[in-house]
Design a protein around this ligand. Structure first.
Ligand SMILES: Nc1ncnc2c1ncn2[C@@H]1O[C@H](COP(=O)(O)OP(=O)(O)OP(=O)(O)O)[C@@H](O)[C@H]1O
Length: 637
């Protein structure tokens, strides 16, 4: 005998619990960072010692001996002067990787001040930008981007790269691997070992090649080189398929310092004679494992083989995942004395520790109904990326989800670019993508990742879920699975993720999430409204029988669009409807099965009047909306 009840939410996770979890995650992250920082700190302290030694050997100016505290203005001047000298002295110092910034020349006094102030900053944070051999224009650019200190992978690899080593770098997603190679490469080209022999002038051949697996990622890394390389007067260009050749050819003809691109198009340009890699100083494989996958590896090998003398080229490999088979291939491209900086190492957890990893059972047919609810409950009002296994399902799902767009390899390049920039700029909040968006993409405010089914390999899980929880922020990754078809135990085992199991969000969860969102929005409202609304608020408090918190709850409900829970369906948000839950004591495999069950106890016109029937993700019940006036009939039925 089926039972119908007014749908009541399974106790959703309270905001409190969520917050606790978030702060726990933050605490874990902080602890992890601290541990890494400590090891980096030791290195930096060593450097500090040697830098102090250098200072002692240079004769200090008596006037400056007590000048520990400088005004900001003085400091700025000192930096400016040093910046100028720095430019002039570049060629002289280029081959010794010593202290370009500490170089005592004509403006000795001012430079001493600069060094001392740097020392002050060093005391504050061992990874502070000022502790590294980063020249003034780059420092300023980093500062303008809000970057005052290097992340652990950057701090750990900076000197190794700048001092000329080949390197394999691994850190979890979102920990700043891009700048880990961008910054030392740029310094090396302008001020380090690569500066002296770097080609300059019109028509120059590139000094740096960065290979990436997707066009979107190539564009993103190119943007970083434009920003930071541009600050040092270096030119970069981005070469990827699906876009016209002539503009790319023209750029190469005029001469560039850095080439960023995908293997297919780079190979084409090489074959057309547009590219000359004989003078290359750096080769970078970002997302190295993806680049070295079967299918890519031949192109990559051909491209990397174009350098004249591999012993004079530095090769860098970066990724969040480096499966064991990559090691064998690495040997072909990297020098024997290569350095390795692995911040994941043998730790069990390979995926991002800033992400809440969740699994949720869901049949394929229920996806499109369930996903909007998941977004409402877990996206915190931010952006969502949904991953599908096929291009078709990405397009189909994007077509049925409100405000969503698709991104995959069959979409024209120009549209791909418009879509991605629209998503980045917040024109729409939900992107449905295949693995083209899995690697490397760094998009602000992506709070939620939904994977429609477990991916084929653990690397895909790690990279997809890593599109959120970046640069120390937190995020949520929900993986759907069909209990009858899919299995995620291998991913759980190999990624080290201990998945949180949840059931589908119930209507009341969704209302609660809407309430929490409304509460957050209240914090964003300008204080300027207070004087205008204060009198009404006080009047309400004085005249109402309700407590202040009950009144505030009502105000939040109003802000979230709920004027009366009972009269507004939580399922379809229709006025005058209420959501009910139908259980039959056995699985409900299809909507027609549910309709059949209802027809056995209710008149046809009532069955016809129900709205939005959907199966619950666990397949054990159905939910649908009925008019409030019919509720008793349904409950009696
Ligand atoms: N030192 C820093 N301080 C603050 N933010 C930083 C720093 N370094 C990088 N970031 C920011 O961190 C974010 C993640 O960086 P990045 O994309 O390089 O991560 P990643 O390790 O390459 O991730 P993935 O493995 O997913 O490709 C970017 O938004 C970047 O601007």
């Amino acid at each position: 005998m089926p039972s119908i009840v007014v749908a009541a939410a399974a106790e959703p996770q309270s905001a409190d619990t969520n917050n606790k979890k978030k702060s726990m995650k933050k605490a874990e992250y902080a602890a992890e960072m601290e541990e890494i920082n400590n090891s980096v700190e030791k290195k930096v302290k060593k450097e500090k010692k040697s830098s102090k030694k250098t200072k002692l050997t240079s004769e200090p100016d008596p006037d400056d001996s007590n000048s520990v505290k400088k005004t900001k203005e003085k400091k700025r001047k000192a930096l400016e002067i040093d910046g100028d000298d720095f430019k002039e002295e570049r060629s002289e110092t280029s081959s010794e990787m010593g202290e370009p910034m500490n170089n005592l020349g004509k403006n000795k006094k001012k430079k001493m001040k600069f060094v001392e102030e740097d020392e002050e900053e060093k005391e504050e944070d061992p990874n502070a930008v000022s502790n590294f051999r980063i020249s003034q224009p780059l420092r300023e650019m980093l500062k303008s981007k809000g970057i005052e200190a290097l992340f652990p992978i950057q701090a750990m690899t900076f000197n190794m790269i700048l001092d000329g080593s080949d390197l394999v770098g691994r850190a979890r997603t979102g920990q700043g691997k891009t700048l880990a190679f961008v910054l030392p490469i740029l310094e090396s080209l302008t001020n380090g070992p690569a500066a002296a022999s770097r080609k300059t002038g019109y028509g120059r051949a590139p000094s740096v090649l960065v290979l990436l697996p997707t066009r979107e990622l190539a564009t993103q890394v190119h943007a970083d080189f434009e920003v930071y390389g541009g600050a040092l007067g270096l030119k970069s260009c981005c070469l990827y398929g699906g876009s016209p050749y002539p503009p790319q050819q023209n750029q190469l003809k005029r001469g560039v310092d850095i080439v960023i691109g995908t293997p297919g198009r780079i190979k084409d340009h090489l074959e057309r004679g547009n590219l000359d890699f004989r003078g290359l100083k750096f080769r970078v494989l970002d997302e190295a494992d993806e680049m070295l996958r079967m299918g890519f590896v031949e192109d990559v090998e051909l491209i990397l083989g174009k350098v004249e003398d591999p012993s004079k080229v530095q090769t860098l490999l970066f990724s969040a995942t480096l499966p064991s088979w990559v090691k064998q291939i690495q040997a072909k491209f990297l020098k024997q004395d290569k350095k390795t900086a692995d911040l994941v190492g043998n730790e069990k957890m390979k995926a991002s520790t800033n992400v809440r990893h969740i699994v949720l059972p869901c049949s394929v047919s229920a996806r499109s109904q369930l996903i909007p609810d998941i977004i409402q409950c877990y996206s915190s009002g931010g952006r969502t990326i949904i991953f599908t296994e096929t291009k078709d399902s990405a397009s189909t799902l994007a077509g049925v989800l409100p405000g969503a767009r698709a991104l995959h390899g069959d979409i024209q390049q120009a549209t791909r670019e418009v879509t991605l920039s629209g998503f980045r700029s917040g024109k729409f909040q939900t992107l449905v993508a295949t693995n083209v968006a899995a690697r490397g993409l760094d998009i602000d405010d992506v709070q939620l990742i939904i994977q429609c089914e477990p991916p084929r390999d653990v690397e895909a899980y790690i990279h997809r879920s890593g599109r959120t929880g970046r640069a120390g922020k937190s995020g949520v990754a929900v993986m759907l699975y069909d209990p009858r078809k899919s299995n995620f135990s291998r991913i759980e085992r190999e990624s080290g993720v201990k998945f949180e199991h949840i059931s589908a969000p119930q209507p009341a969860d969704i209302a609660k999430a809407a309430g929490a969102e409304a509460a957050e929005k209240i914090n964003e409202i300008s204080d300027s409204v207070i004087p205008v609304f204060k009198a009404a608020a006080e009047e309400l408090l004085n005249t109402s029988d309700l407590s202040p918190s009950d009144l505030l709850a009502k105000a939040l409900a109003k802000a979230a669009g709920y004027s009366e829970i009972k009269s507004r369906s939580l399922l379809t948000s229709m006025e005058g409807y209420v959501t009910v839950l139908l259980e039959c004591g056995k699985p409900i495999y299809s909507p027609s099965f549910a309709y059949g069950a209802l027809r056995r106890f209710l008149p046809e016109d009532k069955v016809e009047s129900i709205k939005g029937l959907a199966l619950t993700a666990d397949g054990k019940a159905a939910v649908f909306d009925v008019a409030v006036a019919d509720l008793d009939t349904f409950l009696a039925g």
